[in-house]
Design a protein. Sequence first.
Length: 349
Amino acid sequence: MNDEPEVLLEQRGRIGLITLNKPKALNALSLAMIHAIEPQLKSWATDDGVDAVVIQGAGEKAFCAGGDIRDLYEGRGTDFGPTYYAAEYKLNVLIHTYPKPYIALMDGVTMGGGVGMSVHGSHRVVSDRILFAMPETGIGLFPDIGASWFLPCCPGEVGMYLGLTGHRLRAADTLYAGIGDVHVPADRLDGLLDTLAAAKALDGDGVAAILRDVAVDPGDAPLAAHREAIDRCFAGDSVEDILARLAAEDSEWARAQIETLAGKSPTALKVTFRQLREGARIESIADIMTMEYRLADRSFRGHDLFEGIRAVVIDKDGAPKWNPTTLDAVSEADVDEYFQPVAGEPNFG
């Protein structure tokens, strides 16, 4: 038995410090962790002795690899999924609207739910060990935790590219995509934390000045080399149009994207496409999360999410059997279902 708490909450100097504390599980975010973090964040928000909040992950491998999808799988047929998503999305909104500096140290694997715990913060610090992705279409889901807000904010069609393909980014690419703010090497993070904790007072400008002092140029962004092709291809009017544009591109990069998309859930691809186009037109984070809750609720009542988790996490055979199996078998009416209001849906305002 592991007696260590899943999340550590403490005050150092004038910062509130959150440490996701499941390093062997890559700090995967459980419902219990969400329930521990939310009230503490609310308390620090009104505590005059706390100027800022810092969040980090334990260990050297991950900030947070995402939500604990094994828990979702085991909760099939219950109300666990909607309960988890409601709690997680409310926490995402709290971070997005937090009244004090919220500094995320994105060191190591940062995916899915881990992105929700970091990208909504006021100061996003990426280390040289970061591995960022929104890989949900590969498990029959859609990029959630507010991705409908931050992916459309990426330059050009980079957000659609990341959301559909689950492409993984390193430090330079996260800055290029606007997902991170500054690059601080991993071996400087402890010193950064000490400096923040030792500060006599911290506001947004003060935090930014401290970060500038330790930030390092991460170098050229590989993503930039493909930006023109990304914008040409992923500006399509549908997933099918994107695939046609990739085929017309006739390059090694384009063929690799076609192969990647072929392994994703056809339903998840079509839902994600519409989600990100809709998200670009929604101004309120509360409305964003309401839409995503509807998508999550419908996904939890469907087939592909559990089949994707089975193939990737449970049986690990890497061979999900999607239903439907092809894009043309997923109708607009099928996609419409995901966006319908849910009885008793939470208020994220």
